[in-house]
Design a protein around this ligand. Sequence first.
Ligand code: IMP
Ligand code: MG
Length: 178
Amino acid sequence: MHIDCERIMLTEEQIKERVVEVAKQVDKDFHGKEPLVVGILKGSIIFYGDFIRCLHIPITLDFMVVSSYGAGTVSSGNLKIKKDVESDVKGKDVIIIEDIIDSGFTLANLKQLFVERGAKTVTIITLLDKYERRTADVKPDYNCFKIEDEFVIGYGLDYNERYRMLPYIGILKRSVYE
Ligand code: IMP
Ligand code: MG
């Protein structure tokens, strides 16, 4: 385990098993469709790669870079689009892939954006749901794990751009950011 980790919350094996399960469900639910799968960078990168490799339905890929956090551990409540999708989403079934829902601010705004752009449907898939902290009116359609209110790192998630490459989800030691 990394020295800055308090403990491992989800192991590589637990994540893998659950990702396969959720992908199976999505395969079923999107049978006959060809959704545009939008990854929210950078946090979703590992989850995105693992998840789409478990799908059998045809998909197209696109990505967005947004930020609401800056360098801290609390959402600043100010969403910036740093890189937009390249696809025209009009009439498409859009699936948004996110690493974690915290306040829900990011996904509430993104969902609204795709609806305004004329997407036929907008579906939210998240790896982690920090449900206790939700303030925005948004719910993931698919969620791999509900987690308690801890700042987590690994499997794509960062603190100050570090720790994304850890293969598990770990709780960051408070001494690192306090
Ligand atoms: P929200 O807008 O408050 O829902 O924030 C969502 C974004 O905050 C996620 O996409 C992450 O980038 C970031 N975030 C929230 N909680 C954590 C965490 O525990 N570890 C790392 N990033 C987090
Ligand atoms: Mg993120």
